[in-house]
Design a protein around this ligand. Structure first.
Ligand code: CP3
Length: 340
């Protein structure tokens, strides 16, 4: 049984399925070992290496899903917008005032350009899918439109996202033109991932919590729903919003657009959406505490939502590099031992 796909259909599984955001990353000694030999982007662009890293957390913890080792910026490589990771976080060579830069977003045929420029990525996906047991899901992903456009405006990781929030008011026409373009590109990009073998995809609105609910619902949520509606014709879409706690009043609308599951952060109750499929929501900080504290908190989440179908255990946000392996082990074991 593929537990992840079954849960996404809101059907019962023999136990609660588990995977977690950023599961292939710096908290893992084997990742740090591989990382000594390559730069981050190099690892993403070498299919054998990306496939090996994708499988590292599956080998260690026997999780129910592998998420492809790439980045939410990988689509920009497909669009020939240069992104560097030389100083840790992403640096994007994109200037809103430069017409030639903007034209990279407004292309006629996204399928062609993404297919041609992202062969390394489709190869990684194919390699992982063929190495993975059928009962394990392979997950693809993409950034949600606000998060991606925000990176183009800020050109790097911003804590406040003031420039992108201001940009909506300075030039709402261009902002919406960009959101529209990246949404169309993202639909094509996610379809490409299904063609290469993924079983489900997750949209990451990693900066959703900086936007007010009224503004998000009006300006950004329609693009998310458009992507969900289009892509779910081919396969399940999970929508992760780090600001789910801010936007919870209306987020359930995504289910009407065929969203397979909402993935929520740790600042709201896991049963907020009742019996609709949901993923989450352990506070990632717990993994820097102790196995006893982790087991306790994981059990609380399981007792609240784990008895009903349509639940995937995950963190409320990506695992931190400081997470301790013994805590990750306690989390995984507690989930596997729980009887629904
Ligand atoms: O989840 C996985 O294991 C799959 C791979 C994955 C990475 N990034 C690998 C990565 C995924 C799904 C992402 C998504 C991503 N990337 C997000 C959304 C998820 C979230 O946390 O909200 C964001 C905002 C990014 C952008 C990004 N990539 C930043 C800000 C940074 C630098 C800081 C950081 O958090 O590491 C990256 C680099 C990055 N992406 C690393 C990894 C493993 C670290 C690279 C290294 O080894 O130096």
């Amino acid at each position: 049984m593929n537990r992840i796909l079954t849960a996404l259909e809101n059907k019962s599984t023999d136990r609660v399925p588990i995977w977690f955001m950023r599961q292939a990353g710096r908290y893992l000694p084997e990742y740090r070992e591989t990382r000594k030999k390559y730069g981050f982007k190099e690892m993403v662009m070498l299919p054998e290496v990306a496939a090996e890293i994708t499988l590292q957390p599956i080998k260690r913890f026997d999780l129910d899903a592998a998420i492809i080792f790439a980045d939410i910026m990988t689509i920009l490589d497909g669009l020939q917008i240069p992104v560097h990771f030389d100083n840790g976080g992403p640096e994007i060579d994109f200037d809103l005032a430069n017409e030639a830069h903007l034209q990279r977003l407004f292309v006629h045929d996204y399928a062609d350009i993404l297919h041609n420029n992202l062969q390394f990525f489709t190869q990684s996906l194919q390699m992982v899918r063929s190495a993975l047991a059928p009962e394990k899901a392979l997950l693809g992903f993409a950034a949600a439109p606000f998060t991606l456009v925000s990176y183009l405006v800020e050109r790097t990781t911003s804590r406040t996202h003031n420039a992108s929030r201001a940009f909506l008011y300075k030039n709402s026409v261009l902002m919406h033109k960009m959101l529209d373009a990246v949404s169309t590109a993202t639909v094509t990009y996610l379809k490409l991932q299904f063609q290469a073998g993924v079983n489900a995809v997750q949209l990451f609105e990693s900066w959703g919590d900086v936007i007010s609910p009224a503004e998000y619902q009006k300006e950004y949520f329609p693009y998310v729903n458009r992507i969900i509606k289009e892509v779910s014709k081919i396969g399940p879409v999970i929508f992760y919003n780090k600001g789910a706690c801010v936007h919870k009043e209306y987020l359930a609308e995504a289910y009407q657009h065929q969203c397979a599951a909402l993935s929520i952060d740790w600042r709201m109750p896991i049963d907020y959406f009742g019996e609709r499929p949901v993923q989450g929501n352990l506070d990632p900080a717990l993994l820097e505490s102790t196995p006893t504290a982790v087991a306790q908190k994981v059990s609380e989440i399981l007792e609240t939502r784990g008895h009903k179908p349509g639940f995937i255990f995950n963190l409320g946000h990506g695992i931190s590099p400081e997470a301790k392996l013994e805590n990750v082990e306690a989390m995984v074991q507690t989930v596997k031992d729980f009887k629904p």
